[in-house]
Each structure stands twice: as structure tokens, then as C-alpha cells.
Design a protein around this ligand. Structure first.
Ligand SMILES: [Zn+2]
Length: 361
């Protein structure tokens, strides 16, 4: 049984902060850095240099890294740091504690802090291909067998390519830009002869929406987009895939998702699946589609929006608020209406794309 990323973070946090790692001077200094990075409430960007220091410590060139995506040297380094060997004979000593310490190092070795000067940052978790779950769960049953554990630790080829990472980061910067433009539009409501209100009506005015409802909708949108702006500006946003979805239709057909209910993440996590990177599969494409997906998902996790009505709530299905499916002021509850409204405020849609999203049945 899997768990969400926040629980995996917690496991790594606890292992790094309380685990017995090697007392070697260099490793000890590295663990100190990792402790700073792993704050109780999530990754601390002021400690992000620990990730490069960790990779520098364990990575080395080998042909098999390039050809097979494996590095047994890297596996040995992790086992050494996690104190896999001991006693007078310096023999292998497998235990749950060892697998947790090794898992924490493995997770962090595949964690990236993407940041450019003057631009906002993003954490990306790229658990190796061949893993079907988070490192702590993947490695837990293997600790009794040194060779098997080492093999799994040696897998270094990652799920997200460098291009994937770049696109996720660009999408995030774009999403922030949309949100900022949207807040300008919302601030102009009532000051520009109805131009901004027309945008609000275009995406949220249902057959049942009154003038006072519209006032409430504008204030709801304003506070909501301010929250999204804070998250996108906040150096805490995490993107990862959901490893237990790998190889399934969920992975192939989903663009992204966030957990809610009992599985809701305590950290700010968006799960990015293969549909995110697909070309021409949605109304918008490229950067615009990435930004739309990110805004859509953050309205779920931060604002509690829904996919309403279930199974008929997406832009490609038509989300004109005049559609009877939104009767009762329901357009404001639908994540996709928020995302398309933001795209429209940012002038990120062609007329054709807008017409597709606004078509009526
Ligand atoms: Zn959704």
C-alpha cells in the first residue's frame, strides 16, 4: 500500500534527523546540510545546496550509468553513508532502520530545486524508472538481502527527463504570470466600463447568477487567486509523479492531480502524469496548457474547487457557464472555469480556443 508524497517526505525527514549515519567527516557535514534542507514543514530553499552536495558525493562516471542507467558505485556510497556494514568483520547488517536511511538518501539524490535568478522556484522529485513506489516502500522489503537492495539502489535513470523538468518549471512561471494578470483584471472590475466584468461573466455567469452573486464571485476569485499567487511565489511547491501509477492507464491519460480527503497532502504537492507533456491532446497546448493544468490543480488543493459536473467539467467538453449543467451558480465551483478565466485574463487564448471551451451542447 502506497502513501502520499508528504508521508514520504516525513519518512525522509525523520530518517535524516534521527538516523545513525556514518561519522566520516565529509558525510557528517553533508548530513548536517540535509537536516537544514529538511525542515519540519517542508523543504527549506535556503538549504537547497545540500542536494548538489549529496549528488557530488555519490555520483561518479561509469559506462553503465549511460548505457544501462545503473551505478553500483552510487549504491555502495549510499550504503556506506547509511552504515550498512558493522561489527568486527564489517559485515552487512540489514534492518528496517538501514532501509529507511538509505531510502531518504535515495529520495534526496533524485530531488531537484529548479530556480533561476529573478524567477520563482520549484521542487521536482524524479524517482528512478523501475521503481513502482516511493523509495521507503520500494526498499523496505529488500533490506535483508544486500545484493537485491544494492541493485535497486543502483537504478539511477530518472522518471522525468531534463526537458520534462524544464517544461514543468516554465509552466509554473507561466501560471504565476497568468495569476498576476488575473488579479489586475479583478482589481479593475467596476473601473473600466464593464470590460473586466465581461470576462468574469464569460466564465462564471450562469442562468441563476444575480448581480449580488457576481459581486460575491469577484471577491471569491480575488481572494482565491491571491492564495494561488502566494503558493506560486512561495518556494514550497513540489511536483512529482505518483510512482504507483506507473505503467497504468491512469499514468498515461492523466495530466496531473492532487489528493483530497484522507490522502490530502500536508505539503504543496502536485502529481504530474504523462498527459501533462502530451502535445495537441487538449484545447490549449504547450506552455499555455501546462499553466492551465497547474492553475486548475492548485484551485483544487488550495481552494477546494471540484471537477463539476463530474466527467463533464473540462474545457474540451465545453464549460460555458450558460450551460444548464452549471445552473445554481455552479461554474465558480469548477476548477476548469477558474483556469480558463485566468488564461483569458492573460490573453493566452486564441478566439478559436476560447470558442471551443465556451461551446454549448
Ligand atoms: Zn480537476
Amino acid at each position: 500500500m502506497s502513501h502520499n508524497f508528504s508521508k514520504e517526505y516525513e519518512s525522509a525527514h525523520d530518517a535524516i534527523h534521527t538516523g545513525a549515519f556514518s561519522k566520516d567527516k565529509e558525510i557528517d557535514a553533508l548530513v548536517k546540510k540535509l537536516k537544514k534542507l529538511l525542515a519540519a514543514d517542508g523543504f527549506d530553499d535556503t538549504g537547497s545546496d545540500a542536494l548538489d552536495a549529496l549528488r557530488k558525493h555519490i555520483m561518479s562516471f561509469s559506462p553503465s550509468r549511460v548505457l544501462k542507467g545503473t551505478s553500483s558505485n552510487e549504491a555502495s556510497k549510499i550504503l556506506e553513508m547509511a552504515v550498512a556494514y558493522g561489527g568486527t568483520a564489517n559485515a552487512y547488517q540489514g534492518s528496517d532502520g538501514l532501509s529507511l536511511r538509505a531510502s531518504a538518501m535515495k529520495l534526496l539524490r533524485h530531488t531537484y530545486f529548479l530556480s533561476k535568478t529573478g524567477a520563482k522556484s520549484l521542487w521536482v522529485i524524479s524517482v528512478p524508472k523501475g521503481y513502482m513506489d516511493w523509495p521507503s516502500l520500494e526498499l523496505k522489503p529488500l533490506s535483508s538481502n544486500e545484493a537485491v537492495l544494492k541493485d535497486r539502489l543502483a537504478k539511477v535513470r530518472e522518471y522525468f527527463s531534463n526537458t520534462n523538468k524544464k517544461h514543468m518549471h516554465e509552466g509554473t512561471l507561466f501560471a504565476l504570470n497568468w495569476v498576476q494578470k488575473t488579479l489586475i483584471v479583478l482589481a479593475n472590475v467596476g473601473k473600466d466600463k464593464g470590460k473586466s466584468m465581461e470576462l468574469v461573466k464569460r466564465w462564471f455567469e450562469t442562468k441563476d447568477t444575480s448581480a449580488s452573486d457576481l459581486t460575491a464571485i469577484v471577491s471569491n476569485l480575488t481572494s482565491g487567486f491571491k492564495k494561488l499567487q502566494a503558493v506560486l511565489n512561495g518556494n514550497r511547491l513540489i511536483f512529482t509523479d505518483n510512482p504507483s501509477d506507473r505503467g497504468t492507464n491512469e499514468e498515461k491519460n492523466t495530466e496531473a492531480f492532487v489528493w483530497n480527503g484522507a490522502w490530502k497532502d500536508s505539503l504543496k504537492v502536485v502529481y504530474i502524469e504523462q498527459g501533462f507533456f502530451a502535445r495537441g491532446a487538449n484545447v490549449l497546448s504547450g506552455k499555455d496548457n501546462w499553466a492551465r493544468i497547474i492553475v486548475h490543480e492548485l484551485t483544487h488543493s488550495e481552494l477546494g474547487t471540484e471537477d463539476y459536473p463530474p466527467d463533464n467539467s473540462y474545457g474540451w467538453q465545453g464549460i460555458n457557464p450558460a450551460d444548464a449543467k452549471f445552473n445554481g451558480n455552479k461554474a465558480i465551483t469548477n476548477a476548469e472555469n477558474w483556469a480558463y478565466f485566468a488564461a483569458d485574463c492573460a490573453a493566452a487564448m486564441s478566439n478559436g480556443e476560447r470558442n471551443t471551451a465556451l461551446r454549448l451542447p
